[in-house]
Structures are given as structure tokens and as C-alpha cells.
Design a protein around this ligand. Structure first.
Ligand code: ADP
Ligand code: MG
Length: 142
């Protein structure tokens, strides 16, 4: 499987629950490497832009409010099959449908407040990484 990069966000509820270390530890234990990271509080414009693909959905306004309700931790993960591996570790969007042992099954309160974001395909991963880390990532040299 090819080495990929994917964008991961620990959403405001994950940060509030003090799960940054727990979540990143799960990625690391699965063999993924953090090659960029930043803690930030998204503006409304940033959240709207990031989730522009969902702008016609009925939950878009609530999603933007949620994503701007507190700081987030944004990181780029690298590794073999990183995009699907991250999605597997996250679990399904709705925690009620998420497999046991996934982040969303273990920690999410609802289909909206579901703790983490992960890119869903190589095209979206490239766009999302550029959205937050247009200045570049920090590839591992050891
Ligand atoms: P995922 O984050 O699993 O890729 P989507 O891209 O479909 O899921 O949706 C983006 C985010 O929008 C979800 O993670 C969740 O926070 C929110 N969301 C998705 N579906 C709903 C819904 N039916 N009601 C409320 N919020 C939703
Ligand atoms: Mg998505």
C-alpha cells in the first residue's frame, strides 16, 4: 500500500474532553506519523470554507457553529494507506454505527459532535492539507 498523507482534526469536543494525547496515541500505535500539527480556533469563515462541500446540507450552519465553538487540533498524518487507516481508527460518522474500539464509538456524543475529522479520499486530503498547511509539512528525516 502506498504512503499517503491525510488531514486529521481533533474537533472542539475532543479538545474539551482532553483527548488530544489519547487520539494521537491511537494514530501512532497504528503506525501513522504526525508530520504537521497546529492548535487553532477556527473563524466562522475558515469553518465555512473548510466544510464548503456540505454547504447545501441542512446541518451546515450547526456544523460551522460547532467547529467554531472552541479550539481544534489540526494535524497531518503520514503512513501506508493513511487515509483509510485514519478513517478506520475514527469509526463511522454516527457514533451509534461506529465499530467498537473506534474513537467515535468510544468518545462521541452524537452524529454532529463526533470528536474527529479525517479526509475521505486522496483528492480531498490534498485540498484539506493545503487549506491548513499550505506552507508545507515537516517530513520525517529520522
Ligand atoms: P465524516 O466526518 O465522517 O467524513 P461527513 O463528511 O458526512 O462525515 O460530515 C461532516 C461532519 O458533519 C460530520 O463529521 C459531523 O460533524 C457533521 N454531520 C454529518 N452528518 C450530520 C447530520 N446528519 N447531522 C448533524 N451533523 C452531521
Ligand atoms: Mg467527511
Amino acid at each position: 500500500m502506498a504512503v499517503e498523507q491525510t488531514l486529521s482534526i481533533i474537533k472542539p469536543d475532543g479538545v474539551q474532553k482532553n483527548l488530544i494525547g489519547e487520539i494521537i496515541s491511537r494514530f501512532e500505535k497504528a503506525g501513522l506519523e504526525v508530520i504537521a500539527a497546529r492548535m487553532m480556533h477556527l473563524t466562522i469563515e475558515e469553518a465555512q470554507g473548510f466544510y464548503a462541500v456540505h454547504k447545501e446540507r441542512p446541518f451546515y450552519g450547526d456544523l460551522v457553529s460547532y467547529m467554531t465553538s472552541g479550539p481544534v487540533m489540526v494535524q497531518v498524518l503520514s503512513g501506508d494507506g493513511a487515509i483509510s487507516k485514519n478513517r478506520e481508527i475514527m469509526g463511522a460518522t454516527n457514533p451509534a454505527d461506529a465499530a467498537a474500539g473506534t474513537i467515535r464509538a468510544d468518545f462521541a456524543d452524537s452524529i454532529e459532535e463526533n470528536i474527529v475529522h479525517g479526509s475521505d479520499a486522496s483528492e480531498t486530503a490534498a485540498v484539506e492539507i493545503d487549506f491548513f498547511f499550505g506552507d508545507g509539512v515537516c517530513p520525517r528525516t529520522r
